[in-house]
Design a protein around this ligand. Sequence first.
Ligand code: SAM
Length: 369
Amino acid sequence: MAVPRAVVWPRDPHTAAKHDLLKKYLQPWARILLTHHDSVTYAEGFAGPGVYIGGEPGSPVVAHRVFAEALQQRPKGARMVLVEEDARRVQKLQHQLVLAREHTPDEISARMQTELHTGTCHPTLLDRLRSGGHLGKPLFVLLDSYGGPDIPFSLLQQLAQFQRTEVMLTFVPNFLTRFAEKNDGHRAAGDAAFGGTDWHGVFTQPAARKFAYLRDRYRESIKRAGFPHTLYFEMVDEGGHPLYLLYGTRHALGVEKMKDAMWSVDPAYGVQYRDPRDVQQQALDLEFEPNTDPLGRMLLEVIVGSPGGQLVEDLQQYTLLETVYRPAQVISLIERMRDGKAVATEPRRITKKTRVFPYAEKPGQGELF
Ligand SMILES: C[S@@+](CC[C@H](N)C(=O)[O-])C[C@H]1O[C@@H](n2cnc3c(N)ncnc32)[C@H](O)[C@@H]1O
């Protein structure tokens, strides 16, 4: 993606998808956390100008709207900490936030605090989160750079020390495959972002594997930084290059809600899934009833690897934490696998407590999926 020089720029389809995802995730996040806590914090390290050329809202305004709505239901508070290095964009964003407040009832605005800082994401964001007492409280951090290696691994490590922090990051592997082969400053920037040199393996990968390789290494880095559960969301830019949003959390409930949000992004944006665990790497369109064949292949591997069988609830947990699918998709899939004689179940009726075994004679295995 060419880096825009103007203060505002046109919103492309993947940015629209990103905002749709952000909104659909922040809605349940705010609702759940405001039930148990007095306040939540939303932070951005690369906040942008808050508006696009066509008048569409930028991510801080999308978030402001979500919190204003959530606070209508609950007598709680929301705080926003926004950092942007370009002073022209800070000014623009300031204005957009004034407009957003004008559209918010006074009683709700009084419970929303917004701080905007001109500075580089690191260390400004962490300094502000620390001095404002946000760390350790429910905190969602969006690090939406243009996708190059701009987010230091050390920042992720420091954020991950706090139980209730979640992160969402933009990652564009094209940048590293294009620039980092020459051992210049770009390679050092990659090392700082990945927190090591493992990603250098990309230089010897076949061309078709490079992007997925970097995505998987980056996902591992986020995990290593201290977020045990990670998900990614794949989009394609105008040049046909993949762009990823990566999400890191310590909470299984966050994974569940983020997956729900991912599967409900408007498919008109041309976004897709590809599960790294599916050996056939089948791309999945985001449909109301997504194709679960790749999940069938993955579950079959797990089931065949456990002669004593697997409980449906364990397969659901595996599905939640290890694949792009949702636990709610498992029961109907197991029914289909049983009817296709890929697996056997005990008892026949499928609930969370049903045990699933490899089918004894194995006819149809490999054919159904
Ligand atoms: C992709 S845009 C953000 C878009 C915004 N999150 C949205 O969705 O509407 C990236 C922004 O980061 C800013 N930026 C680039 N490098 C930065 C850095 N090191 N620290 C803070 N801001 C930076 C750019 O000026 C730009 O406004």
